[in-house]
Ligand binder design. Structure first.
Ligand code: SF4
Length: 139
């Protein structure tokens, strides 16, 4: 079993967690001992909120709403490749910034992403010229 130290993403407190991984699955979480933020304590979310990571109901492939093979807000969700999804998002972000300016973009991230994922996400938006970033833990 391997141990990975990370920061709990569920709220802004920043508790440090040791995640224990076996066969590529998180099997338990413990508070990082003697850490200056949480000093060996975690709330229930930090201790037990990790089952979703391996849930079979989790989306693992990108999807785009399409009608007759083209994007449509009224279309059905169609599974696409990551390359197609990245191209679609990049093109939509670019055309939106060109038409309305960088502050017309807004990124809303998730507590169900790792701290490292959230860092990368905010970087993506800031490099487009906007600070319009938020996270569901603030709701
Ligand atoms: S363990 Fe609880 S208090 Fe600490 S960061 Fe996570 S959600 Fe916040």
């Amino acid at each position: 079993m391997k141990k990975f130290q990370t920061t709990c993403p569920y709220c802004g407190t920043g508790c440090n967690i040791d995640l224990f991984v076996e066969n590529n699955k998180i099997v338990k979480a413990e508070p990082t001992k003697e850490h200056h933020v949480n000093d060996g304590e975690l709330c229930l979310k930090g201790l037990y909120g990790w089952e979703y990571v391996h849930s079979p109901r989790r989306l693992t492939k990108p999807m785009i709403r399409k009608k007759n093979g083209e994007f449509s807000k009224d279309g059905d969700l169609v599974e696409v490749s990551f390359d197609e999804a990245y191209d679609f998002v990049a093109q939509r972000m670019k055309s939106t910034v060109e038409k309305y300016g960088a502050d017309s973009l807004m990124g809303f991230s998730s507590a169900r992403c790792s701290n490292e994922d959230n860092y990368t996400f905010q970087k993506l938006f800031r490099t487009q010229g906007t600070n319009n970033i938020d996270h569901c833990a603030r709701l």
